[in-house]
Design a protein around this ligand. Structure first.
Ligand SMILES: Cc1cc2nc3c(=O)[nH]c(=O)nc-3n(C[C@H](O)[C@H](O)[C@H](O)COP(=O)(O)OP(=O)(O)OC[C@H]3O[C@@H](n4cnc5c(N)ncnc54)[C@H](O)[C@@H]3O)c2cc1C
Length: 369
């Protein structure tokens, strides 16, 4: 049996686990990351690639603020990662749009943003664009679009390149990375955690962070965490590659740096099923054409389904175990957007640093109410 030890053991090497590993390693701690197998559901490899603030935390200003602050950290986070690894992450963060096809829905969003901005002491710099303004800013927009909201820190990137860069940066900083290993046993004795994988790898660590995505359902309860995550399927369509025709991304349509238009806006409760379906693909395409009618002329070349890792209220869960102190769970939808803040700030909460924002509103306890 191979035995390894470190200050931190991170279970799960998706975007969440690696962002945290990155931040913890930068503080000088040693880290072992144990990551499952290619047959696992992996949201980090099937997502839309947005760094996105608008629309989030409308009724929970603390989450809107956390997301806004995450987006603000992004440019320096990405440039440091790219410089260090030479990997291009293709971050474009010049703002993004949410398009509206219905004036009532737009009016409602304007009212919600006014309230949110005041709850955040004015620090929520959205703008509203009329139908004429958005059509002139984005010539592809037409059809039924009645207006748009704009948020200046929104953007997009290549999420697979971000994952690669984080992996390489962590490995350069001394990460011990075990792939194809599934943790299925955990205990704590004399203040030290001992984890054992199915293949027999044995890891000892002072602290454990469960970042297992949907795998947390199974592994979380071993550390006393509640079984709170559930899957939500999203499907994504990819068109042929074109010269630049879309300036800024929206929450459902973006043009990647390679030229393909990526479209997706489905949220389905179908359990652990990440297949794509004809019905959803048609609906997604039809909705996109309502915003940008010229998309109808493009050829679709690829589509996939992927499962989001959802908590009951859609917000992140950051929790230290009550029954096994030293074990933490970190899980979220929006793991791409939160990557920078998970590395820079959440990692300091995990290492027990002072001057970390109060994260108690993200604890599991909120689900008692
Ligand atoms: C369709 C779709 C679109 C999305 N779009 C965006 C977006 O535009 N912007 C954004 O910010 N977010 C987006 N997301 C969300 C984002 O992708 C996720 O929040 C993020 O990928 C979650 O990362 P994770 O590391 O928690 O989970 P995962 O990527 O699922 O990784 C979990 C890892 O844990 C491993 N694991 C599981 N169990 C065990 C075990 N017992 N032992 C060892 N390893 C284990 C698995 O192998 C896996 O590698 C989207 C998600 C989807 C599905």
């Amino acid at each position: 049996m191979l035995k390894k030890e470190a200050d931190f053991a991170i279970i799960g090497g998706g975007i969440v686990g690696l962002s945290i590993a990155h931040g913890v390693l930068k503080q000088g701690a040693s880290v072992i990351c144990i990551d499952g197998t290619d047959t696992d559901f992996r949201a980090s490899r099937g997502n839309f690639g947005l760094v996105w603030v608008q629309g989030k935390g409308i009724k929970t200003p603390f989450y809107a603020a956390w997301t806004r602050d995450a987006a603000r950290l992004y440019p320096s986070f990405v440039s440091e990662l790219s410089e260090e690894t030479g990997i291009k992450i293709n971050l474009s963060q010049n703002g993004g749009y949410e398009y509206f096809l219905d004036s009532k829905a737009l009016d409602q969003r304007i009212a919600e943003y006014k309230k949110l901005k005041s709850a955040l002491n004015g620090d929520y710099p959205y703008e509203i664009l009329s139908s004429t303004e958005i059509r002139s800013a984005e010539p592809m927009v037409g059809g039924e679009t009645v207006g748009a909201t704009f948020y200046p820190y929104d953007g997009h990137l290549n999420p697979l390149q971000l994952l690669r860069a984080l992996t390489e940066s962590c490995q350069k900083r001394g990460l011990s990375h075990y792939l194809g290993e599934i943790v299925d046993m955990a205990k704590k004795k004399d203040g030290v955690f001992k984890l054992v994988t199915k293949k027999g790898l044995e890891v000892s660590a002072e602290k454990v962070v469960v970042c297992a995505g949907l795998g947390a359902k199974k592994i979380g309860p071993l550390f006393g965490f509640k079984d709170l995550v559930s899957p939500q399927r999203g499907q994504i369509l990819i068109t042929e590659k074109l010269p630049p025709i879309i300036g800024r991304p929206s929450v459902t349509i973006r043009q990647t740096n390679e030229g393909a238009i990526q479209i997706g806006d489905s949220q389905e409760q179908v359990g652990l099923n990440d297949n794509e379906t004809q019905a959803q693909m048609s609906r997604i395409a039809q909705n996109a054409i309502k915003v940008m009618p010229k998309l109808a002329q493009l050829r679709l070349v690829r589509a996939w389904g992927s499962l989001r890792v959802m908590s009951p209220d859609g917000l992140p869960i950051y929790q230290q175990s009550v029954s096994m102190p030293g074990a933490f769970i970190v899980t979220c939808h929006s793991g791409i957007t939160l990557s920078a803040i998970h590395s820079a700030i959440l990692s300091r909460w995990l290492t027990g640093q002072k001057n970390v924002p109060d994260l108690s509103l993200f604890s599991e306890n909120r689900f008692h109410a």
